[in-house]
Design a protein around this ligand. Structure first.
Ligand code: PLA
Length: 462
């Protein structure tokens, strides 16, 4: 039934502004106003004695807005919530769960929050570039304290809205200062990379990364695609724990990647969303970035604390730009701030304080490392158990050992779109349609069930 909205136009008239910007103050202007309103196709007027009523018909000004498809990753969680099955399992989004499949707030985070309460800290606006204490520790965590890029002040660090917001700031910087430059992204990559560059109007193309035949890295393909790209392109690299494949280059391969990037005058752009989660070591997981920085290259690095500190909803991360001079870094930072100001003005303080307290305090920092090792260790255990269950149950003798070679939160199972759909429709296992499962959302207790679901989908659905 068409809904109607009635408004007492005559009551509103004294305050209506006419089209020339003057105020209508008396009933003599009323007819002019109503004549104008009659021309508005979305508004009809009716006269009831001395009271004129405007009736808005049910034709929306947003008629041209089409329904957007659900997000391929976050949409999976929505579908999961709507499922009433007791067997359901959410392996879509990369969010850490305990063995009881409950969300986990790190003890160091609780301790840092208690400290913040005790100190009675205020909620004043942060500067546009974020909390100084956060920016200091985040750069040190990434590059290592005392790294020349920090000592020589060649680094522009700006607090961002977690990994995504930091990538978006960098994309806006590229669009503004490198018009027409292309960003090369791996095939496949985290799906939101494409959205980020599309929305920032930065052209992108893909380089080969994953080889389904070997279920490993297509290193030669990657190198030749980076070589073939126009000189001065940005090359987006996952610092560690590549999403979705879980396949990282070896240290030797990283050196060769750095060689071609240098040869071609490209600019490396790292996305570091899982520092500490790949190997359990914060330093080891930052080694790719440090290797490039040690060569004296200019580079960009987006950081996120969603996973390693479990601060998903705090939206805390940073964009770091390493420049060849302190002067360039200062200018880049000023422009990043200029981009941030009309987008969101200044970043939120809570997560920044947590990170500053944890990373900046030696005792809490050590405790964090222990907790992270526990989280990374739990994921390794379910990875092993899933492999064992698959190998024991699969009567066809398929080699599932690739699961053990992958690192980080995810496993790229090789299941096709229809097979992944079977996982959800028949087995209530929620996952992304590219065949990725988040092992961070799996418990040891559910491994056998998951193995049954995978074997059925892999062998019986094509
Ligand atoms: N970069 C990569 C490679 C990611 O995987 C993610 C998150 C981010 C950046 C951004 O995370 P942040 O904005 O929360 O810091 N990827 C998740 C979640 C874990 C997501 O899609 O938003 C994923 O399930 O792939």
């Amino acid at each position: 039934m068409a809904s109607t909205m009635l408004s007492l136009v005559s009551a509103a008239l004294p305050l209506q502004e006419n089209h020339k910007g003057k105020m209508n103050l008396g009933s003599s202007d009323c007819s002019t106003f109503l004549r104008k309103e009659k021309r508005n196709p979305f508004m009809k007027t009716k006269s009831f004695g001395r009271i004129n009523m405007a009736i808005a018909v049910n034709t929306s000004r947003f008629e041209g807005v089409t329904m957007a498809p659900p997000d391929p990753i976050l949409g999976v969680s929505e579908a999961f919530r709507a499922d009433n099955s007791l067997m359901k399992l959410n392996l879509g989004v990369g969010a850490y769960r305990t063995e009881e499949l409950q969300p986990y707030v790190l003890n160091v985070v609780k301790k840092a929050e208690n400290l913040m309460l005790e100190r009675g800290e205020n909620k004043e606006y942060l500067p546009i570039e974020g909390l100084a204490a956060f920016n200091k520790v985040t750069a040190e965590l990434l590059f290592g304290a005392g790294n020349p890029v920090i000592e020589q002040q060649r680094l522009a660090t700006v607090q961002g809205l977690s990994g995504t917001g930091s990538l978006r700031l960098a994309a806006a910087l590229i669009e503004r200062y490198f018009p027409g430059a292309k960003v090369l992204i791996s095939s496949p990559t985290w799906g939101n990379h494409k959205n980020i560059f599309n929305d920032a109007r930065v052209p992108w193309s893909e380089y080969r990364y994953y080889d389904p035949k070997t279920v490993g890295l297509d290193f030669d393909g990657m190198i030749s695609d980076i070589k073939a790209a126009p000189e001065g392109s940005f090359v987006l690299l996952h610092g560690c724990a590549h999403n979705p494949t879980g396949i990282d280059p070896t240290p030797e391969q990283w050196e060769k990647i750095a060689d071609v990037i240098q040869e071609k005058n490209h600019i490396p752009f790292f996305d570091v969303a899982y520092q500490g989660f790949a190997s359990g070591s914060l330093d080891a997981d930052a080694s790719s970035v440090r290797l490039f920085a040690a060569r004296g290259m200019e580079l960009l690095v987006a950081q996120s604390y969603s996973k390693n500190l479990g601060l998903y909803a705090e939206r805390i991360g940073a964009i770091n730009v390493v420049c060849s001079s302190a002067d360039a870094a200062a200018r880049v930072k000023s422009q990043l701030k200029r981009i941030a100001r009309p987008m969101y003005s200044n970043p939120p303080i809570h997560g920044a304080r947590i990170v500053a307290n944890v990373v900046g305090d030696p005792a809490l920092f050590n405790e964090w490392k222990e907790e992270m090792e526990l989280m990374a260790g739990r994921i390794k255990n379910v990875r092993q158990k899933l492999f064992d269950s698959l190998s024991a149950k699969d009567k066809c003798g398929k080699d599932w050992s690739f699961i053990l070679k992958q690192i980080g939160m995810f496993s790229f199972t090789g299941l096709s779109k229809v097979q992944s759909e079977n996982m959800t429709n028949k087995w209530h296992v929620y996952m992304t349609k590219d065949g990725r499962i988040s092992l961070a959302g799996l418990s040891l207790a559910k491994c056998e069930y998951l193995a049954d679901a995978i074997i059925d989908s892999f062998h019986c659905v094509s």
